[in-house]
Design a protein around this ligand. Structure first.
Ligand code: GLV
Length: 314
């Protein structure tokens, strides 16, 4: 009974160290140390992967499931040869909380003028500015998956007026949530801050386009913690230059690392961070992964299952 760990060909040992106490009966193999012997290949029942080489997962004839070492799926979606076993995303509550704190930090930074006060401090200047109370600030979370829902809850606990939006209806308790494209533009037009929490897929590429940006309030902040391709870059630049949008805080980009020639770096209304809003912590993620392996072993469904394009087509 064995588990393969391939964290982008790197640092798999750290994952192994955190996983072993939760799964003591399994032998854990790090991809970078694995030799091509049949005995090992046949022993492997679970593959834990991030950015694995396409085709590699076909090597393990007794694979029961593939567990992704992150929330995003584009690395695995590119591999059309994945075997027909359940593919499970990693939703670690600590990562979701990190992403919520990131978004909260930037909304509060704008709301409470923290950047301005820092600048004033350098000039020994004492001047207060009026700040809206959290209860007067509307925050819209676009994409109410597991992570989006956590972000919405954390804003709500902090007193903000929160609305969630999701393309497909789903049950969300305690958050005022709108569903479907008809409700999107009205929700955008009411928001003081919009937090994008969308994956990259056929429905979301270029999702924040000219027309949707035009609905936003000119003093609004747009925060993207999902995937860069969700924003039409040219349309965003126009909105910022034409002052129909106040600020963009971006953690994700169509191309990563963000190329040094990208206009985002020097735009005064853009904050750039290097895809760090939600870290994956092997310590906490190991518990989530082990719980999913236990579920599968009991004949239960792991959570959340990722509908891989190659599985849907077949
Ligand atoms: C990070 O972006 C992830 O998908 O886990």
């Amino acid at each position: 009974m064995a588990i393969l760990i391939n964290n982008d060909g790197d640092c798999s040992q750290e994952w192994a160290n955190h996983l072993q106490p939760h799964l003591p009966e399994y032998t854990l193999y790090c991809y970078e140390q694995l030799s091509n012997t049949d005995a090992i290949v046949e022993d492997i029942e679970y593959a834990l992967v991030w950015n694995h080489p396409a085709g590699d997962l076909r090597r393990y004839p007794n694979l029961k499931a593939i567990l992704i070492l992150g929330a995003g799926t584009e690395h695995i979606d590119h591999d059309s040869t994945v075997p027909q076993v359940p593919i499970v995303r990693l939703i670690d509550p600590e990562m979701s909380r990190d992403m919520a704190q990131y978004a909260l930090y930037w909304v509060m930074n704008t709301q409470r003028h923290y950047d301005t006060y820092r600048q004033q401090q350098l000039q020994h200047r004492w001047q207060r500015y009026p700040a809206a109370a959290a209860g007067d600030i509307n925050v819209l979370i676009v994409g109410m998956g597991e992570i989006g829902t956590t972000i919405a809850e954390i804003f709500q606990w902090n007193g903000f007026v929160v609305t969630g939006w999701n393309r497909r209806p789903k049950e969300v308790t305690d958050i005022d949530c709108r569903f479907g494209f008809d409700t999107l533009e009205p929700a955008l037009s009411e928001a003081d801050a919009v937090v994008l929490c969308l994956p990259k897929n056929a429905h979301t590429i270029g999702f924040i386009n000219r027309q949707r940006l035009a609905k936003m309030k000119p003093n609004a902040t747009l925060i993207n913690v999902g995937r860069g391709a969700v924003i039409d870059d040219d349309a965003l630049r126009e909105a910022l230059d034409n002052e129909t949008l106040d600020r963009a805080v971006l953690d994700v980009y169509s191309e990563e690392p963000l190329p040094s020639a990208a206009w985002y770096w020097q735009h005064p209304k853009v904050t750039v961070t290097p895809h760090m809003s939600g870290a994956t912590y092997p310590r906490s993620a190991a518990k989530v992964i082990a719980a999913n392996i236990r579920r599968i072993e009991r004949g239960e469904t792991p959570y959340p299952i990722h509908p891989h394009p190659a599985h849907i087509k077949n």
